[in-house]
Design a binder for this molecule. Structure first.
Ligand code: ADP
Ligand code: NA
Length: 339
């Protein structure tokens, strides 16, 4: 087998939630723990992406620290994975500029996420920022600057990865080089976790209602109260029916995917087991399972987040390794362009 490089990122815009964990972060740890020695793992806190919307500087600095502590708490090991803040590696932004000079504005304008944003702003281009429009180019640079071969992402990011592949192939073609690699996508095996209070929207760091998400730092009591308050419906009994019963079905998905034994049986068995239960017993079981899945993470996080010296060491070590990885690509890219 040929050497692999795996890259993925998360925005440091708050404590990661259960959706981040089940949909992405747990897979990052899996990939690390099952990696052979010829695999390089690179995980970034993408702070340059975070500022595509306005952030309070003090808050952002705090979130960056907390997010780093959380990546360690979930089980990423800085000796096996390169963990770094994106803005500590200037090659990401530099490659982005070079790729921007090749990227088609028409293609970017057709991206679903941009179209959603412009629809909300009702065409007011004063409010729409260039960084938000071009952030898929930065995402492409993030991946390409490390000559990544595999990118684990959620379904929502598949379109941006396709764009990164086009950018890589287009660049190589234009400059008659093979410096950039078009990466493969590893689509996350887990379902999207939906909001607890509005189960037709995804669980998100940015949702206004804090009860809509379970944070990886939530205590057992907080988890229990959020699950208890989760929106369901007035239909009798417990059934799995995502169309008609999005709230109950989301809780089923959470229960199934948070269970460490999920690979030993399928979700249909779980649904059959719980069909006769009351809503109270069902919700208790969800809260217990979620708590069991994250309680060790929570405990490790509490220690790590106060260990400023260690966090700084990890960030510096990650930045050094990521800078090395990116510099080699950037040198060849500049050379290909004539810079
Ligand atoms: P958020 O959308 O909460 O701000 P990010 O955009 O930083 O989170 O996403 C980090 C990772 O978590 C991405 O791989 C994304 O696909 C995944 N992710 C985010 N929200 C969910 C969710 N509700 N369910 C499953 N995966 C999610
Ligand atoms: Na997102």
């Amino acid at each position: 087998t040929s050497p692999k490089t795996i890259f993925s990122g998360i925005q440091p815009t708050g404590v990661p939630h259960l959706g981040n964990y089940l949909g992405a972060l747990r897979e990052w740890v899996n990939l690390q723990d099952n990696a052979t020695t010829d695999t390089t793992l690179i995980y970034s806190l993408v702070d340059l992406h975070a500022i595509t919307i306005r952030q309070d500087p003090k808050q952002l600095r705090q979130w960056k620290k907390e997010s780093l502590a959380m990546l360690l708490a979930i089980g990423l090991d800085p000796n096996r994975s390169i963990i770094f803040h994106q803005s500590d590696v200037p090659a990401h932004a530099e490659l982005m500029w070079i790729l921007s000079c090749q990227a088609s504005t028409g293609y970017l304008g057709r991206m679903t996420q941009w179209k959603d944003k412009t629809a909300n702003e009702k065409g007011s281009s004063e409010k729409l920022k260039l960084g938000l429009f071009s952030y898929p180019v930065l995402q492409a640079a993030d991946v390409l600057v490390h000559r990544t071969t595999h990118v684990p992402v959620g379904h929502d990011q598949a379109q941006h990865l396709e764009f990164a592949r086009e950018v890589a192939n287009g660049f190589n073609h234009t400059f008659e080089t093979d410096v950039l690699f078009a990466p493969e996508t590893i689509i996350s095996p887990a379902k999207r976790v939906m909001s607890l209070t509005d189960p037709v929207a995804k669980m998100s760091k940015s949702h206004a209602n804090p009860k809509s998400r379970i944070l990886l730092t939530d205590s057992e009591e907080v988890i229990r109260s959020k699950v208890k308050a989760a929106v369901t419906d007035s239909i009798d009994g417990i059934t799995y029916d995502p169309e008609r019963r999005p709230g109950v079905s989301n809780l089923f998905d959470i229960l199934y995917h948070a269970d460490p034994r999920r690979n030993d049986h399928d979700q249909a068995e779980l649904v059959k087991d719980l069909q006769g239960s009351s809503m109270r017993i069902f919700k208790d079981r969800v809260a217990d399972t979620v708590n069991a899945a994250i309680k060790d993470i929570r405990a490790r996080y509490e220690d790590l987040v106060h260990d400023e010296g260690y966090l700084q060491d990890v960030a510096e070590q990650g930045a050094r390794k990521a800078n090395e990885s990116a510099a080699a690509t950037l040198r060849e890219v500049k050379n290909a362009v004539g810079l």
